[in-house]
Design a protein around this ligand. Structure first.
Ligand SMILES: [Zn+2]
Ligand SMILES: [Zn+2]
Length: 1007
């Protein structure tokens, strides 16, 4: 929010100046666009009147004079509110609109303090150098003349001798960025002693930009700042400013480890706006060129924001070609301009020399485009916050602004084109960070220890897990314990140097052919973005990678000008390491936990920038890449899968369906968090071995995670609902880039099935009318004996059609064929029964059934009060389905594997559970059993099957008696897994059966 200070707050009624011009223009534009079928929506955002207030007590006279000289007659209400809170000693967070004069919210209290106390110091932090420059200018207008207060910039461009002078005589206001704080001020804190001692204020502007990896680092840089200031006896107050986000207080608190008082009642006037949504049927860039010229020729000074430099240049070129007379009046405006150059362009616009500017979005921060009438957004800027940030700056003082959003064929763009009201109604995205990212936390703990030794007192700042983290770092010899054991030191000097706060992990250097560094890339992205042949974009310029050296972490590249981009292809898989929580989400269960993701890049494709046509594909030979991160996953219940597979004539493609759901959900997730779809990864499985059924995984695309998966987990119902709307509303028939195609898909957007995706989502959201499960009529069970569960009814010799108390049966079976032989586990109905064994839970009596006796087996099962098994529903019943199509789902059955999975989030084998819980090994495995069967040794198969029934029975009894089973977790620790077997086979009416959700309280079966 750079410059509002120097412009007078408009007096009188805002928004009267150019309304006629705009309305005339729109009157001409609307029918034109509508006739082309492009116009989607026009929203009139009314102007807002200014509200003023006066500080009490008043500001020092000299500040009042400086304000007047800068053209500011009165202060807005939010500026005064912030001042009042700041004066009372609170940490203040200002969340108001673009150009609302947020800078004064921190400048005024800081200047007041500095006038009173010449020893006091302030640190202003900005995310970019351009903003530092803007701030310095703004302060120079406001610092009372002759007050002796100095404001100076310290950043990467400050020469060494200047740096030394600054250290010698620290200015009252030091303007800098988090990088300098992290690399210079904190590690060398001793050299800045007087600065720390006098530090009273810390200003964090553009707070919302400190999100993701960068923000997770900043959170730790600020924790280190707290330690250093405490060491010098100061406790500076914070003033932070943020654009409107979903969770400002929570976010600021997580970032700065302070509690902020929030000021969000914006007293500044806002220009009225006409917001137009255009959804072109042809090229959006052609449409943008057309609209740019139309605006300029209609007398509106216009800025167009394009997403890439190449596109900005093309639009400029096309505009020049079509209107040669405007050649000198329309300019491209790029990243990398110096402040003087930016000011020259701004002046050109202001004085009417320039009529149009085409800019890349990199300039969102730090450009003052207040002299413009219209803003074209070529493509949705990715978030509501940045849309307003760009559009909100346009409009001359006292005049209204026109904003035109031209949609690209991307999911988010198209979502808002179909739901334009949602854009104006919905809450903005959340900013998320994860200060607990283990890698970031560890690195900064070591840096902190190098600045000041770590001790028990630091737990206040880092939380109760600190001791454990320190012990781990000690074991890695990154921290060393003092002789008396009371403190921890960093082993190496200046470890902060090795931490890049804008990335994670050790980066790869990118060198040009002469060996000069042109940039760096995060290690985990190198194989995707910098494989040999990749076109790499750096500050809008294209480079082709000629070599990738994984061992040396170096990339060689040469500048090129090409009209294609590259995209890797390959495969990935994930393993669940740990489930931290789960919850019911409509008709599925979602889980959040730690994942291990393995990616194999096997090749890449070249695609045209315009049109995305594939030019060619090329193989790559690279080692697999593995990382651990946070993720969420949800199952697709079998009944939904079966419905998708068999509902339509000929069936739908289930894998194509869930793959499409994954793509579309990732595409829309940026509605909920400030991020890019590339920040989130996804994998779909028709069968995940740990989940035991179809599942979709979504995860943080960064090692250790940055909080995105967790946010996604919290808003999952909403995200699913929006995704379904997107798919249903998209007019395409079989899928397109606006709905289910992903520009990042490693398998080339194959297979995808839009209809199956819609059906799957409807099923997950509980909108499908799947047939209710009908109970199988069994014998009327007798009343439960009082002693349950010690004795479960009487022994029963004949089994079937008993009129006695119904029996609880433990079941296991072996098959004739393997899953491979029948084309996968999905086809277990073709595996054929070799032998089945049941055991009566009460008497222990076992019965053996061969294939010819399958009828007797089914009769026994359908009259049982409950059937207990391991992987019973999916496997045993699946095999039996090949013989008779009973309503197996309705049988009262306790599947221990399902219970385990519901409690843990993933599956464990019978062998693992039996070994850990009972200390009893399995006799053999399924493959051995198949081999015996094929060798004609049926007796061995029967013996093995009996032993598995016995293990299952003992596991059940153990769980019923103790209330838990035992397993070994990912760290090899023996862990209790709670189960409620006893309650689950007792129905609420006192009978035996299977009760999937027992009420709490009854402690049946526990001693
Ligand atoms: Zn579509
Ligand atoms: Zn894909």
């Amino acid at each position: 929010m750079s410059q509002p200070v120097v412009r007078a707050a408009p007096e009188g009624k805002p928004g009267t100046g150019n309304i006629e011009l705009l309305d005339d223009f729109l009157r001409g534009l609307l029918p034109r666009q509508a006739s082309r079928g492009h116009l989607v929506h026009v929203e009139v955002v009314p102007a807002r009147q200014a509200r003023y207030a006066d500080p009490d007590p008043p500001l020092p006279h000299v500040i009042q004079e400086a304000l007047r000289a800068a053209g500011i007659a009165r202060l807005y209400t939010h500026q005064v509110e912030a001042l009042t809170h700041a004066r009372s000693g609170q940490d203040v967070l200002v969340v108001t609109g673009t150009a609302s004069g947020k800078s004064l919210a921190y400048q005024l209290p800081v200047l007041e303090t500095l006038l009173r106390d010449p020893e006091a110091r302030a640190l202003f932090l900005f995310p970019t150098k351009a903003l530092e420059q803007d701030q310095l200018k703004s302060l120079q207008h406001l610092i009372p003349w002759g007050s002796g207060i100095r404001a100076e910039i310290l950043d990467g461009d400050t020469p060494a001798h200047r740096r030394a002078q600054l250290k010698e005589r620290v200015p009252q206001i030091l303007i800098s960025n988090p990088d300098i704080l992290h690399l210079s001020l904190l590690p060398h804190h001793g050299a800045w002693k007087t600065f720390w001692e006098g530090l009273r204020w810390i200003v964090l502007d553009e707070l919302h930009t400190y999100k993701g990896i960068f923000g997770s680092h900043i959170a730790h840089v600020l924790r280190r700042l707290h330690r250093v200031t405490a060491c010098y006896g100061s406790r500076p107050q914070f003033v932070a400013c943020s654009a409107t986000i979903n969770n400002p207080s929570e976010f600021a608190g997580a970032l700065a480890a302070r509690t902020f008082v929030r000021v969000d009642d914006d007293g500044s006037p806002a220009r009225g706006k006409r917001f137009v949504f255009v959804n072109p049927t042809g090229s959006p860039y052609g449409e943008a060129t057309d609209l740019l010229l139309h605006c300029i020729q209609g007398g509106l000074k216009t800025i167009a924001f394009a997403k890439a430099r190449k596109i900005a240049e093309l639009i400029t070129m096309w505009a020049h070609q079509r209107a040669p007379e405007l050649r000198d009046r329309i300019r491209a405006y790029r990243a990398g301009y110096r402040p003087e150059e930016r000011r020259a362009i701004e002046r050109g616009l202001f004085h009417g020399k320039l009529l149009g500017v085409v800019s890349t979005s990199a300039l969102e921060l730090g450009i003052d485009v207040g002299g413009l009438d219209a803003c074209l957004l070529v493509g949705y800027p990715g978030s509501i916050a940045s849309t307003w940030q760009r559009g909100g700056r346009v409009g001359r003082a006292g005049q209204e602004a026109l904003i035109i959003l031209i949609a690209l064929p991307d999911a988010l763009d198209q979502y808002f084109m179909r739901h334009p009201r949602d854009f104006f109604a919905r809450t903005p995205e959340a900013a998320v960070i994860d200060p607990n990212n283990r890698r970031i936390l560890s690195d900064h703990l070591v840096a902190a220890a190098a600045e000041l030794p770590l001790g028990p007192a630091d737990a206040a700042l880092y939380g109760p897990g600190l001791a454990e983290r320190i012990a781990e770092l000690g074991a890695e010899h990154r921290l060393m314990q003092s002789a008396d054991g009371g403190e921890w030191y960093a082993r190496r000097r200046n470890p902060a140097r090795d931490i890049s706060i804008r990335s994670i992990g050790e980066p790869f250097a990118i060198l040009d052919e002469g060996g000069k560094t042109i940039g760096s890339v995060d290690g985990f992205r190198a194989v995707h973005e910098c494989h040999p042949g990749a076109v790499y974009l750096h500050q809008g310029r294209q480079f082709e990678v000629t070599a990738l050296d994984l061992a040396q972490r170096k990339v060689r590249a040469r500048p090129v000008e090409v009209d294609y981009y590259t995209q890797t292809t390959g495969e990935k898989e994930t393993e669940i390491l740990h489930c931290q929580e789960f919850r019911q989400v409509k008709d599925t269960v979602a889980r959040l936990g730690r994942l291990k993701v393995t990616e194999r890049v096997t090749g890449f494709e070249k695609r045209r920038i315009f049109g995305q046509d594939r030019i060619g594909s090329y193989p790559l030979d690279l080692p697999p890449h593995t990382f651990e991160t946070q993720g969420l996953w949800f199952e697709i219940p079998e009944r939904i899968r079966d419905h998708v597979k068999y509902s339509a004539p000929g069936g739908l493609h289930f894998m194509g369906g869930i793959h499409a759901v994954e793509h579309a959900m990732i595409g829309l997730f940026p509605l909920f968090a400030l991020c890019d779809r590339g920040d989130v990864g996804g994998i779909s499985y028709t069968f995940h071995p740990q989940v035991g059924r179809p599942a979709i995984f979504l995860y943080d695309g960064y090692p250790e995670g940055i909080g995105l998966a967790e946010r996604c987990y919290r808003v999952l119902e909403d995200l699913m609902g929006h995704t379904l709307r997107l798919l249903q509303d998209c007019p395409c028939e079989t899928g397109c880039p606006s709905c289910i195609h992903s520009p990042k898909c490693g398998s080339g957007n194959k297979p995808l099935d839009k209809a199956a995706a819609v059906l799957s989502l409807r099923g997950l959201l509980g909108l499908l009318d799947l047939a209710e499960e009908v109970a199988v009529a069994g014998a009327a069970p007798a009343a439960l004996p009082a002693g349950f569960p010690r004795r479960l009814g009487h022994s029963n010799a004949s089994g079937a059609s008993s009129t006695q108390a119904p029996r609880v049966l433990v079941l296991d079976l072996e098959t004739q064929r393997s899953a491979d032989e029948v084309g996968g586990w999905d086809n277990c109905d073709r595996m054929g029964l070799a032998v089945a064994v049941t055991a009566d839970l009460a008497t222990g009596e076992m019965r053996v059934y061969i294939e010819a006796e399958v009828g007797a087996l089914l009769a026994d099962l359908s009259t049982a009060a409950c059937i207990i098994g391991f992987n019973l529903r999916r496997f045993d019943f699946g095999v039996l389905r090949g013989y008779r199509d009973l309503d197996y789902a309705a049988l009262p059955a306790l599947d221990i594997l399902e219970e385990v999975q519901a409690s843990l989030g993933f599956r464990l084998s019978l062998g693992h559970l039996a070994q850990e819980t009972l200390g009893a090994p399995k006799l053999a495995d399924g493959l051995q059993s198949l081999a015996w069967w094929k060798a004609g040794q049926a007796d061995k198969v029967i013996e093995y099957c009996k032993s598995d029934v016995e293990l299952t029975r003992r596991l059940f009894e153990f769980g019923r008696t103790h209330g838990y089973l035992l397993y070994r977790d990912y760290r090899g620790r023996a862990v209790r897994l709670p189960v409620r077997f006893g309650e689950k086979i007792l129905l609420s009416n006192g009978r035996l059966g299977y009760n999937p959700s027992p009420q709490g309280g009854e402690q049946i079966g526990r001693q």
